[in-house]
Design a protein around this ligand. Sequence first.
Ligand SMILES: [Zn+2]
Length: 209
Amino acid sequence: MQNNTAISQLIEAGKWVSQKGWVPATGGNFSARTSTGFVVTASGHDKGSLTQAHFLQLDHQGERLAGAVKPSAETQLHLSLYQLIPDAQCVLHTHSVAATVLSQITQEHQLDLTGYEMQKALSGFTSHLETLSIPIFDNDQDIDRLSLLVSDHHLHTPIEHGVLIRGHGLYAVGRNIDEVRRHLEALEFLFSCELERLKIIGIQAGVTK
Ligand SMILES: [Zn+2]
């Protein structure tokens, strides 16, 4: 894909993601694979009002080709996902309430979801009876170290739809902009449902004490 086309798609996605409330306070970052490497949003900036000037163009090793803006610290994780998943064309990283809280209260290193019709919105899923497992990695300000953990995990359990970073947010992955937007919306919906379910179970447990 051409850089300009990729950037236009991410600008549109940014408006939508921002309206959903998933990237508050300039959080999150977006990227897309291109013929020369990938384009990625710069550090900071409201993701609902991005322009071409808010992007960097990087090569396949993450070296800057164009863009005078400061790269996001999380650029390395985008690069790792492209290197690990040949089919990945777009990565949307969000900081939603549901992803943040659910990853924080889940003690395991994966979030298992089952019984939801919405699971079928994720590529490869045909039934609510299957279990969707999203890996959870502990948050780390050392993104190189975090990227290594994600890479190690991928060797034995390939990442398909995305990963959660604990107390931080979601990295959704897709084979094109439409798929990544569908994966992101489905996962955020599932996280919200699961969070509501856990809250109700918690309230019920308190009532029956
Ligand atoms: Zn983040």
